[in-house]
Ligand binder design. Sequence first.
Ligand code: HEM
Ligand code: HEM
Length: 199
Amino acid sequence: MNIERLKKIHRYSGIILATFFLFHIVNHLFAWGGPDTHIRVMNLFRHVYRFPPVEVILLLSALIQVTVGLMLVWQKGFRKNLYDLLQVISGLYLSFFLLFHIRAVLLGRYSWNVETDFHFAAWGVKNHPADLFFIPYYSLSVLCVFIHLACVHRQKMLALAVTNAGFATSPLQVTRQAIVIIATGIVVTALILAAFITA
Ligand code: HEM
Ligand code: HEM
């Protein structure tokens, strides 16, 4: 398939997934209020994302994101600079994570018949030796979304500067903005993991 068409599909499914991600991390930050608060917020958000037509679209978006993302890597390779490399590496980690994460959530719900709430996610980060896997597993997932989107932001802003000569933002400023997005990701990741471990 034409690369521009692949990018367009990836962009649209990315918008759906990123919107869910925003609510998902806000939900996880509520772990600072304790497990019951986290569960109350999740129950509220579930009215939206567990509404069957919405959930089908969300899960399909995740599948499309991974499939089309891998096709983009296959077509474009690892390319030239640090940010292109970070975009591909974060995308590859997200492919691994999304497939295992969604599989675990669906198995939990439909096969193991457990409630996939705060305690489901917290078990892995609170118990040794499972924490040796689950702390990096969850931390990298949140961080990689921020890294991936920071690289997209940088790439789009630089392209805008090339096509629009009067564009005021310099390449250095654009790189700084990408670094700020990644730094925000590090803070958000640390806050979520600290909340889950201590709650
Ligand atoms: C949370 C999940 C993800 C989101 C929100 C997301 C979002 C995006 C967006 C908006 C773009 C820019 C597309 C454009 O040019 O308009 C992009 C580019 C890209 N994504 Fe993702 N993505 C995600 C996951 C993945 C995954 C799982 C892969 C698989 C490896 C991947 C690989 C790539 C690659 C290689 C590009 C660069 C395309 C290019 O400019 O050549 N992404 N991503
Ligand atoms: C600290 C990291 C994360 C934790 C602790 C976590 C935890 C959870 C939990 C407990 C559920 C079940 C929700 C429910 O039953 O209502 C879930 C579902 C899900 N998560 Fe995550 N998650 C994390 C990161 C991510 C990331 C980075 C993404 C990518 C965008 C993601 C995408 C999803 C999706 C698509 C679902 C399925 C929603 C559904 O039930 O339809 N998660 N996650």
